[in-house]
Write a protein that binds this ligand. Structure first.
Ligand code: GDP
Length: 623
């Protein structure tokens, strides 16, 4: 009944494949990868292509994708169970191979298990359909049994739970499905941790709380999924203009004008350090006016988790490298666990070692302060931009020269390019600069409509009546399938002729290894000479974002055919609100490219735009 079952890595290496017919399935699987897997990530789902239904399951821990394909006309009730069974069996059988260094991918003998599990699942399916359909009471239903423990995936009801937990989706934030290690946590601990995480993401000021005392149930109902309609016409205008006919949405995301307008006047504010610790640390930091970063003044008063690993070094003799090694090893592992790239973690440990070696540190406080100051200094050095980027000043400078200031946004699909472009646009408008958005993503269906909706919302937040009749944001669009470089050029010319202050160029998302698309981006940048090329990357994917950035930079250099190519000038690090304390990507990205993180996206509203500061990063690392 099944036409195809294939197991492949996220990198595209096929590990195992079962084929029932001689048909060629590559187009369907490729369509699934392109249209579903590359755009969204999430558990277990299905997709139709041609005559096939493709159902897939992702394994985030081993970065595997399990895909089953069967004829669309079939209704196979057992597919979900079958996918899960295969997933668990394959993981169990090959976990050692999958975790081994330089994984060997040539010997996956899985045919026997596959046939056995298929037979079991088919029998299970038959039994299910033969069973009389009786309405279950609530107590009998799965809902009543849905505890945290039930969300822990385990194989065939093992008594020992597998260490895999799915993180719940936090309100307002797309926390992606991910696997997380739990070491003997009780259910309560897990629940508390989840609550804390969700609270953190949804944290509001007391004033905010007063304004919108929504119950969780109300909140859920008010947030409807956005749909970007195709073909900009009156139908689209009606469906997308939520400010008129869907008042419940006005308070959501982007149009809560009372709360938003006026919030981003002036330079972008730094990421805040968490409340409970800011009190503790507010006295411990002094501003370093040269570097614009804060550095610790005195010893940390509380023993933070990470620093306790240095406790053993307290004593009267001078510290040797050997004494420090165990603590340094732990420090390195700790940093790596926060997504800091291994070589950078090593460098940070070396700088701590060089500061501590030979010292006699009588109390733990002095050791803690030394480690903290050293880490902070090193991070300040890493995170300090090589060159100053002051967008507001440069925009005004360009305005004086009667030309628009041009920023180009690039990155892979789904990282938040358009959303963060819109936030940056809001910030510019708040600072009384008017903007033309050039819709140069002429590839992804809905991209132009998404920008059009943002323009409408932004103009409703800052109506022209309040800006001397000036429309604050306009969209330059030429539909789909056209040459993006040409559209950007026309848009810049239009902005110049119309006296518009800033042009924001949205480009199509592309994978860092896609040569034709990277060439096209290099061409767009070469022809249009933007003032700023911003790379948009997700903090969420950690070192994958570093890889993307390095390859984008390299491709822009390789394909521009110029002696002095215009590469990436700065980074927009998105979804920072979803990473808890795993801030390593920020450090790695700036360390490897030397380019500054200009903006940090911290949520899905226009005001969720921040600047990075070393203090927040150090604070997260110390936890
Ligand atoms: P694009 O394909 O790169 O243009 O990505 P989009 O702008 O369409 O964003 C993809 C998804 O990421 C959308 O659901 C956004 O709301 C979400 N997103 C963008 N930036 C952030 C952020 O800073 N935090 C969170 N939590 N979500 C974000």
């Amino acid at each position: 009944m099944l036409d195809l079952f294939t197991i492949f890595t996220k990198g595209g290496i096929v590990l195992w494949c079962f084929r029932n017919t001689s048909e060629f399935f590559a187009p369907s699987v490729n369509a699934l990868i392109r249209n579903v897997l590359m755009q969204e990530r999430g558990g277990n789902s299905s997709y139709s292509h041609d005559k096939l239904t493709l159902q897939y399951k992702l394994d985030n821990e081993f970065e595997l994708i399990f895909v089953v394909a069967f004829q669309k006309i079939l209704q196979l009730a057992y597919i979900d169970k079958f996918l899960s069974d295969i997933h668990l069996e394959f993981r169990d059988k090959y976990k050692n191979v999958l975790t081994a260094q330089g994984r060997e991918f040539n010997n996956f003998d899985f045919g026997e298990e596959f046939q056995r599990l298929l037979k079991d699942a088919e029998n299970w399916g038959k039994m299910q359909s033969a069973m009389p359909r009786q309405m279950r009471s609530f107590e009998e239903s799965n809902k009543s049994k849905k505890t945290v423990a039930s969300m822990i995936e385990r194989k065939g009801g093992d008594s020992v739970p597998k260490k895999t937990v799915k993180i719940v989706e936090a309100e307002k934030v797309n926390v992606k499905e991910d696997d997380d290690e739990i070491n003997g946590n009780t259910e309560n601990e897990i629940l508390n941790a989840r609550k804390k995480l969700a609270d953190k993401f949804t944290k509001k000021t007391p004033a905010d709380k007063k304004k919108s005392p929504k119950s969780p149930v109300e909140k859920k109902n008010t947030k409807a999924k956005r749909v970007w309609e195709l073909n900009g016409n009156s139908k689209d205008a009606v469906t997308l203009d939520r400010s008129k006919d869907r008042p419940e949405d006005i308070k959501s995301d982007f149009t809560d004008s009372d709360r938003m307008v006026g919030q981003l006047i002036g330079n972008i504010k730094d990421i805040e350090v968490e409340d409970e610790s800011s009190e503790e640390e507010s006295d411990d930091y002094e501003e370093d006016s040269n570097k614009n970063y804060a550095k610790p003044k005195v010893a940390a008063k509380k023993t933070s988790g990470m620093l306790s690993m240095f406790k053993g070094l307290v004593g009267s003799k001078s510290i040797s490298n050997d004494d420090m090694q165990p603590a340094l090893d732990k420090l390195r592992d700790h940093l790596i666990a926060k997504n800091v790239a291994t070589d950078i973690a090593q460098k940070l440990c070396e700088s701590v070692a060089s500061k501590l070696e030979g010292k006699v540190l009588g109390t733990f406080d002095t050791i803690a302060a030394t480690v903290k100051t050293t880490l902070n200094d090193s991070l300040v050095q890493i995170l300090s931009p090589k060159r100053r980027i002051d967008i507001l000043r440069d925009c005004l400078e360009a305005k004086r020269n009667r030309r628009p200031y041009v920023m180009t946004f690039c990155g892979v699909n789904g990282v938040g390019k358009s959303t963060n472009l819109a936030k940056i646009c809001f910030w510019l408008i708040e600072n009384n600069l008017n903007v033309l958005i050039a819709a140069c993503d002429t590839f992804r269906a809905g991209a132009v409509e998404q920008l059009r909706t943002h323009c409408r919302h932004l103009n409703s937040l800052h109506p022209k009546e309040k800006h001397n009749g000036r429309e604050m944001v306009q969209l330059y669009e030429k539909g789909y399938g056209k040459d993006a470089a040409g559209i950007a050029m026309e848009a810049i010319r239009f902005a110049k002729d119309s006296g518009i202050d800033v042009v924001l160029v949205d480009t199509a998302g592309r994978m860092q290894d896609n040569e034709p698309l990277m060439r096209a981006l290099a061409k767009l940048i070469k022809i249009n000479e933007p003032d700023l090329v911003l790379f948009v990357g997700e903090a969420l994917v950690g070192n994958e974002a570093v890889d993307q950035l390095v390859k984008f930079n390299q491709a822009l250099a390789d394909y521009s055919s110029m002696d002095n190519p215009h590469v990436i000038d700065g980074i927009v690090l998105t979804k920072f609100d979803t990473i808890d304390d795993k801030v390593g990507a920020a450090i790695s990205m700036t360390y490897i490219t030397g380019q500054p993180i200009v903006f940090v996206g911290t949520g899905q509203t226009y005001t969720d735009l921040k600047a990075l500061n070393a203090r927040a990063v150090v604070h997260a690392l110390m936890k």
